[in-house]
Design a protein around this ligand. Structure first.
Ligand code: G3P
Length: 216
């Protein structure tokens, strides 16, 4: 499973990139608003250079024509842009139009198997089941990821399963074991994944032993 960062914070992108583990970045309107980017094109231009892989950015129009117009404009800013559209009737239509124009799309806000099937049939390059938000309402987010992976394999569907709304390291592990091709997560989750108390303790002991040798 490839690891994507779910953020609109340029410093987080820079730091995670320096670890050499990030294959792409996803954003959403909430994250862009939180980061306070008023000039979206400037943000996209800068972020697209920092990302080794695709940068997923979401349209905010709600109608098909508006989404397609916005998607085309955004995609013209950088060659590595993928356009996120919501899983609605209008969003599916926009997905089809953008796909036919050669612009990769990510159908987002997917909460059911039928939505995942529709997204793939609309030509989505990526389909994003939201794990945490399903768990929030007592449903089984990872169960959905597992089933989408199985359904796509069964029918030879090429759309990539991008597990989103991953809230903690266990979500990441389970999404990988479920067969998602990509998992996107906040910077805090990526950082939690690096850490282990035994790594810290082991390193402290190695360093202490090394210093003792120096002292002799
Ligand atoms: O970008 C979509 C996504 O990952 C949202 O996560 O935690 O707001 O449900 P969350």
């Amino acid at each position: 499973m490839l690891l994507f960062l779910d953020t609109a914070d340029l410093d987080e992108i820079r730091t995670a990139r320096s670890w050499g583990v990030v294959s792409g970045v996803t954003t959403n309107p909430t994250l862009v608003a939180k980061a306070g980017h008023r000039d979206v094109r400037a943000f996209l231009a800068e972020a697209s250079h920092l990302v080794d892989g695709p940068l997923h950015f979401e349209v905010t129009a709600l109608d098909r024509e508006g989404m397609v117009r916005e998607g085309r404009e955004l995609a013209s800013v950088a060659p590595n842009l993928a356009i996120k559209v919501p899983c609605t009737e209008e969003g599916l239509g926009a997905c089809r139009a953008l796909a036919e124009a050669g612009i990769p799309t990510n159908v987002t806000l997917v909460f059911s198997l039928n939505q995942a099937l529709l997204a793939a049939r609309a030509g989505a390059a990526y389909v994003s089941p939201f794990v945490g938000r399903l768990d929030d309402i007592g449903a089984d987010g990872l169960g959905l990821v597992k089933d989408v992976v199985r359904m796509y394999a069964l029918h030879g569907i090429a759309a990539k399963v991008l597990a989103a709304s991953l809230r903690h390291p266990r979500h990441v592990t389970d999404a990988a074991l479920a067969g998602a091709q990509i998992g996107t997560m906040p910077f805090s989750v990526l950082r939690q994944m690096v850490r282990h108390p035994l790594t810290d303790a082991g390193l402290a002991r190695f360093m202490a032993d090394w210093e003792r040798l120096d002292a002799r």
